[in-house]
Write a protein of this length. Structure first.
Length: 212
């Protein structure tokens, strides 16, 4: 089965994507990973991506879609899982055209619903070690000593993208650009909505239930 996992920043997509990948044997396709792999391999697309990233510009939808197409062809009938892609209706339309050409389809879309205030609380509570990069949370997983990493003794800090004002901007972008994708697919693909505020194992259980 080919799946797309949707949800705002901080909804737990990464955790659930990894669990789905392991349980269902799916290839987890991440645009960030694909970009890094292309650069590392030195392919024609990879060289273009390297130049674009070096210039500080954004990688175009055409290049992202080309990388995605290459990987979908490579995966074949194994089944894939998209997490964080497509990000815009334009990308979704481009993906649709590719899947028609490749005689593939999206089996289902799983949406992790998390209230805006819950996302801000989740992300703004994160503290990251400046040395070993271990992540703690002031409420969910606090360090034994405030501000000190349990693992290496390094200093814990709040990253810039975990500050409330930055989180609010990321959510604004998600609501304006990514949420409309669901309307694009509604009536064409099965869309299953799951409460992403439940404990992680419960979210996993409900995802498995809706995908049965």
């Amino acid at each position: 089965m080919n799946l797309i996992l949707f949800g705002p920043p901080g909804s737990g997509k990464g955790t659930q994507a990894e669990r789905l990948r392991e349980k269902r044997g799916l290839r987890h396709l991440s645009t960030g990973d694909l970009l890094r792999e292309a650069v590392a391999k030195g392919t024609d697309l990879g060289r273009k991506v390297k130049d674009i990233l070096a210039s500080g510009a954004l990688v175009s939808d055409d290049i992202i879609l080309a990388l995605m197409r290459e990987e979908i062809v490579r995966v074949g009938k194994q089944g894939w899982l998209l997490d964080g892609f497509p990000r815009t209706v334009g990308q979704a339309a481009g993906l649709d055209a590719q899947l028609v050409e490749l005689d593939q389809k999206i089996g289902a879309i799983v949406v992790l619903n998390v209230r805006r205030e819950a996302v801000v609380e989740r992300l703004s509570g994160r503290r990251t070690c400046t040395q070993c990069k271990t992540v703690f949370h002031v409420k969910i997983n606090p360090p034994r000593v405030d501000g000190i990493c349990d693992r290496c003794g390094g200093t814990l800090v709040q990253r810039e993208d975990d500050r409330p004002a930055t989180i609010e901007k990321r959510l604004d972008v998600y609501e304006a650009q990514t949420q409309p994708i669901l309307a694009h697919y509604r009536g064409k693909v099965a869309i299953h909505e799951v409460n992403g505020e439940l404990p992680v194992d419960e979210v996993t259980r409900f995802i498995e239930l809706v995908l049965q």
